[in-house]
Ligand binder design. Sequence first.
Ligand code: ATP
Ligand code: MG
Length: 765
Amino acid sequence: MAHYLDELNDVQREAVTTIDGPVLVIAGPGSGKTRVLTYRIAYVLEQGVEPWRILALTFTNKAAREMTERIERVVGPRARYVWAGTFHAIFARILRAEASKIGYPPHFSIYDTDDTTNLLRNIIKEMCLDPQQYNPNALRSRISIAKSNLLTPALYRANDLMMEQDRQARRPFTADIYERYVARCRLAGAMDFDDLLLQMHHLLRHHPDVAEKYRERFRYLHVDEFQDTNFLQYAILHLLAKYPGSPENLFVVGDDAQSIYAFRGATIDNILDFGRDFPQLKTFKLEQNYRSTAHIVAAANEIIAHNQRQLPKKIWTDRRDSQKIRLLRCMTDDDEARRIVDLIIEQKNRLHLRNGDIAILYRTNAQSRKFEEHLRRQNLPYRVFGGLSFYQRREVKDLLAYLRLTVNPYDEEALVRIINYPARGISDATVSKIRQHAMAHNLPLWEAMLTVELPERARKAVLNFRMLVENWQRRAAQEPAYRIASDIYRQSGLLDELKSERSTEEGLSRLQNANAVLDAISEFTDQASSLPLNGDAGEAPSSVPDTSLAAYLQTVALLTDADLASDSPDYITLMSAHAAKGLEFRSVFITGMEEMLFPSFFALETPGGLDEERRLFYVAVTRAKELLTISYAGVRYRNGRLSESTPSRFLSEINRDHYENLGGIGSRRIPAEQPPARASVSVNFSPRPSYSSQPQPSVSADDFKPSPPEAVVPGVRVRHLKFGDGIVRSVEGARENRVASVAFQNDAVAERRLVLRFAKLMVIS
Ligand code: ATP
Ligand code: MG
């Protein structure tokens, strides 16, 4: 027997070797679902199945890559022919091959969220609607819901519920906007992210020959994180796996308790429907957790027990070498970041953790900033995932827009973005003339540029620009991506433009980012020519590598930061709890565990929202292998101002026995300056640090008269009821956000940071 099967327990092994018919592995975190899925693919390959008959759908492209590498170690290089990737990436690839069937150009563009929002903003303007009322982001998610439910604009209009909701939201023209949006994407030869699913569904549903081809091709289908598939994704899987004579080899793994994308339409009903749609289903339950130590597993079980609706599951571990969960109570968000960075240094020294063993998780991407500041100060390498992603940066999007336009000249968003950047004498007035002409004649902008009437100078500028792009287009059809991309970078003037800004730090980093895109293209060109190619849909692998610009752009639209090469492979990971799904780290910090933050304000307002937040917390907790630290702050900056917070209700759902308080760690103790807990939120939780070692009050309350915060300035002497007399070292922030650093005379702590809005200080000199 192959040795990799020895790395599995009995149930896992049975699941791996069950290769006929539908299989569901439903199990808790860390129980080896992803490992089972990976080994099962290796096992199928070992049975002699051709790799391009295997489809593996994962949550990120990075996960797919790691999976492929793992399989390669077992079965060798043919693993690279397996079709592994996210739903979006795999479908984009199939849609390219079949684009003509559904009326798209083969090199269709993929509009990201920004492109979609910009286009919507324009449409709203063209329709003379109020952009406050018709908020582009709200419309974007509305359209996304419609698409995910297979509602075309016509069906949308006919749907009483949708129309009524729009009326109530005072956006009665939503259907019209939707219709225009769809038409404009078509005209631009562009699909947005939802289209990739929608069009894939359409293709399989309405083109029997195509459906036949892919059913024949993909004999073994696999899905990781099945609990987060949405209705449309499931419908597509169903079309691929359910038909007369199908072997129904659909292997899915998931955990209903980790479903965290309901807001995007993910539905755990898919798990329940699966058994109904595929009655031959074999279900395996894995119960042993191999990832985490006992306190973490026990805490996770306690958290999730608070949710009503879930499939019963037990999870246990035999790891006894367990550290308790450390609870860190902080005064401010800044204090939180500083102390966590101190703890990281301590863990690295004491336990020889590498940076890569450590993750800082949070509920919202905006929370990363404080951690970045303190990590930088300590020279610790880190990477932030999510937030403003590399691929959304202005300069990166500018360069990519040039490349996109070269491959697909109808791409409206790309064109508008760079038509006059760098400046080439095409004014806004000219662009709007082109737009109006395009609308009046239902033309793509690219065509409208030729026929619109313009003053001579403007016309020349426009035609020159077209000629420039046309020249690239001709070359792009023959030359490898890197060569043409680096010429575009220079000839467009973009490189010079960025160079001229490099005297500032920000300008320099923009230049570096744009250069990094070229590095990525160079890497792509090299890799594409050295790797065996997955065959185009339906055929065996071809021997000619595709190094074209079009092939590069095909991948780039769906890349996330996780796919970026990193200079320093050993970095601390900063990401949202959502993004951490499926990952594991030796030491995890879950930060900002406060009401209205985690659980989020929106979740508290949404039916079922609280349960979903709890699942998200459960996901976060179960990422930790050995060390788990949870922190919260008494006050934090939110939306530009300091606000008070109370500890998250989820903290009280873990039994105290699993906690260890970090109140007294290091030299910094938590001052008693906690703001009063808000009465409106009931939190029956108070695992507070011990205050016994706090300095005793040294002044009498009688003659204490707090001074106004403005009076507290660097250099003055101040008195505090608890800490005694001290000197103000520095003051940061403005108005109600002022924070003073004070060195008190008889204090073990060198300096305390006090929020002046809460801390009462009396100036004594
Ligand atoms: P999640 O729900 O978080 O995605 P999962 O169920 O996919 O978790 P894996 O990531 O596959 O879990 O496994 C968790 C850890 O346990 C991994 O480090 C994996 O290598 C290890 N593991 C899984 N099965 C075994 C086993 N039989 N023996 C030893 N280690 C195992
Ligand atoms: Mg997994």
